[in-house]
Design a protein around this ligand. Structure first.
Ligand code: PLP
Length: 369
């Protein structure tokens, strides 16, 4: 018997601490991808581990129809941290489910079907989120529903033209991640806000990769000064325990239909999320901004095609294929990073990294490129 979906890498990781993971021979790797951005406060942060252990010994799970102190605390916490008035919180288990819920709520509240999304977008792999995901490779053979109109990311006029009074939702990443690390041009997110205001469509920001301080503020949309009607978050929220959230405005929450999930708001992932938020709020967004700027400046000196991103969400467009560079980083320098398409090396490290970690990555890339 074997798993069959992931192509596994030839390094067996057995433990982690801070920005490092360790293989079965106790070799150390600097995890500059934070394991798909799921370790924003570092691996096995002691406060998170303690919160999980303590919650697990009290109560592993209870059905969602009974409140628990931990879940209620997380509702309150996320509601307080949400941009604008997005203090209605739906908890789920992954990023794709958070987007799925946002799109369902938008359809129910508007009574409309159409969704507008961007070319190169990645929103997840369940059928609703997949329908708003651009890359053919992910869609092929899955009979993906066809209610989504795709527009060029960054083209405000094309977006305004596509959004009409049949549009339930516009879904956008404030910085496209999987699609190659492309930040929204200035004014683009506001143009999306305007188009939704004019037509009554719901604006959904997918902050699953950009959120939780990664771009230098808690939410990337804050930097653009634009508040959506729904914001989705997942990945690092539970420091690796599966939890996602959809934060929505009153008008979506009031008419959201019958949505649910067995594992929504389980006490252990909620405890992990509360502890993660405690650590994150200790100025890690500011660290992401300053170390991110430093890292981008150094990377721009290398022989690369482009360096893009914000804070500690950085794409380095290399000349000879991302996979070659990633393999060399891992095997020759003990540094793990991620691809974003064929030519982009993506850095999404824990927000705790320092300038000396940044130097190590720059030196390694300088040698390999
Ligand atoms: N949205 C964005 C922007 C993502 O980067 C991802 C995952 O990479 C998802 C959605 C899907 O999240 P998950 O893999 O937890 O379903």
């Amino acid at each position: 018997m074997s798993g069959f979906v992931f192509g596994e890498k030839p390094i067996q990781i057995e433990s982690g601490e801070g920005p490092y993971v360790y293989d079965d021979d106790e070799n150390e790797y600097l995890d500059m991808g934070a394991s798909y951005a799921c370790a924003p406060v570092g691996h096995c942060h002691p406060d998170v581990v303690e919160a999980v252990e303590s919650q697990a010994s009290d109560l592993l799970f209870v059905q969602g129809s009974y409140p628990t102190e931990t879940r209620t605390a997380l509702y309150d916490r996320l509601g307080d941290l949400a941009p604008g008035e997005l203090d209605n919180v739906w908890l789920c288990n992954s990023g794709t489910e958070a987007n799925e819920a946002a799109l369902k709520f938008a359809r129910h509240a508007t009574g409309r079907e159409k969704v507008v999304a961007a070319k190169r977008a990645f929103h997840g792999r369940t059928l609703g989120a997949l329908a708003a995901t651009w890359k053919q490779k992910y869609r092929e053979g899955f009979a993906v529903p066809e209610h989504v109109e795709f527009v060029d990311y960054g083209d405000s006029d094309a977006l305004a033209e596509a959004v009409d009074d049949e549009t339930a939702a516009v879904i956008l990443e404030p910085i496209q991640g999987e699609g190659g690390v492309h930040p929204a041009p200035e004014g683009y997110l506001q143009a999306a806000r305007d188009a939704c205001d004019e037509t009554g469509a719901a604006l959904v920001f997918d902050e699953i990769q950009t959120g939780l301080g990664r771009t230098g503020s808690l939410w990337a949309c804050e930097q653009a000064g634009v508040v959506p009607d729904a914001l989705t978050v997942a990945k690092g929220l539970g420091s690796g325990l599966p939890i996602g959230a959809t934060l929505v405005a009153d008008w979506l929450a009031e008419d959201s239909g019958d949505h649910g999930s067995t594992f929504s708001g389980g006490p252990v992932p909620c405890a992990a999320a509360l502890a993660t938020l405690d650590v994150l709020e200790d100025d890690l967004a500011a660290n992401a901004a300053s170390v991110g700027d430093y890292l981008q400046e150094q990377l721009a000196e290398l022989p690369v095609r482009d360096v893009r991103g914000d804070g500690l969400m950085i794409g380095v467009e290399v000349k000879r294929g991302a996979n070659r560079a990633l393999r060399a980083l891992a095997m020759n320098h003990g540094i793990l990073a991620l691809p974003a398409g064929r030519t982009v090396v993506r850095l999404l490290p824990p927000l705790t990294v320092t300038e000396s970690h940044a130097d190590r990555v720059v030196d390694a890339l300088a040698e390999e490129l």
